[in-house]
Design a protein around this ligand. Structure first.
Ligand code: PMP
Length: 310
């Protein structure tokens, strides 16, 4: 039977025992950096394929540098700890892997990062689809503007800045949409609440620059590579205006949780036919093969974990 385990305070423990004190700094101030990694279960091979784990931990380390979080684990250590935990949990279904580096000091009323102790924890939970998988989703342009790098750097996953995404996502869902697309203060397109955004126009694939307050998305990078290598598409990073999305041939979102999700409507306007576009469909098919370890060309993106047999 699968076991709900976590890595907490330097060792593997049952998830229910991985608890922090109410005084914990990160709980009050969002002083943490996290990652979202997918383990994709391959039934034929009876293995879990962890997608681009190293890149996720490199981004975690970048966030730790910004937030002065000192954790005693290298990227190699983190990959090993993750593989061990995934193997020990033994889930035979897709999982979400959540590493968390956080200010563990049990101190309130202290706003000095350099004075606060840090720790690292890791959890693994079963996880299915994040956004609808049948057809294209409906998005709104959020009334919440994207936070700027001059406010809290959005290029890494700092816990506190997710309040921005959470306000946008909540507004979208309560308004009857599936997802929010946020604009920067200057009105240019930034990203979804938990996804990067792409548009296809005139046979070119466009996405905003990371400097437009995007997370440095790992799925975004995977799509760059697949589009160029497999579809021979030109990929361009540039400012995108809201009205360009309305008039695009195709729009889609990318993210670890969302994979590649087609967008059919934005602010009640259909994007082209309002259905899944042909380029989006091709990218989705290649990407899903790659993340599940079924495409030998992209096995270097996957860390296969064989499970203990019981
Ligand atoms: N933007 C935001 C705000 C996100 O939370 C995520 C999900 N991590 C993404 C983009 C997509 O990034 P990735 O492809 O690395 O998961």
């Amino acid at each position: 039977m699968p076991k709900a385990l976590s890595f907490f305070r330097g060792r593997m423990v049952p998830l229910e025992e991985a608890n922090v004190n109410i005084m914990t700094h990160a709980l009050h101030y969002g002083t943490a950096v996290f990652e979202g990694i997918r383990g994709n279960w391959n039934e034929q091979q009876s293995k879990m394929f962890i997608f681009r784990m190293r890149e996720h931990y490199e981004r975690l380390h970048q966030g730790c540098r910004i937030m002065m979080l000192k954790i005693p684990y290298s990227v190699d250590d983190l990959c090993r700890i993750t593989e061990d935990l995934v193997r020990s949990c033994g889930y035979r279904q897709d999982v979400y892997i959540r590493p968390l580096a956080y200010k563990s000091a049990e101190r309130v009323a202290n706003l000095k990062l350099h004075e606060l102790d840090s720790d690292f924890a890791l959890i693994v939970v079963p996880f299915g689809a994040y956004l609808s998988t049948d057809g294209a989703i409906k998005c709104c342009t959020s009334s919440w503007r994207r936070i700027d790098d001059t406010i809290i750097p959005p290029r890494v996953k700092i816990a506190g800045h997710y309040v921005n995404s959470i306000l946008a996502k909540t507004e979208a869902i309560l308004g009857g949409y599936d997802e929010a697309i946020m604009l920067n203060q200057d009105g240019s397109v930034s990203e979804g609440s938990g996804e990067n955004v792409f548009m296809v126009s005139g046979g070119v694939l466009y996405t905003p620059n990371v400097g437009d307050n995007n997370l440095t998305g790992i799925t975004r990078d995977s799509v760059f590579q697949l589009a160029e290598k497999e579809l021979k598409l030109k990929v361009m990073e540039r400012h995108i205006r809201r009205s360009e999305l309305y008039l695009a041939d195709e729009v889609f979102l990318t993210g670890t949780a969302a994979h590649i999700t087609p967008v059919g409507h934005i602010d009640h306007r259909p994007i082209a036919s309002g259905n899944v576009g042909p380029t989006t469909k091709k990218l989705q098919d290649i990407y899903m093969g790659a993340v599940r370890g079924d495409n030998p060309k992209y096995l270097n993106w996957c860390s296969p974990v064989g499970l203990e047999t019981w």
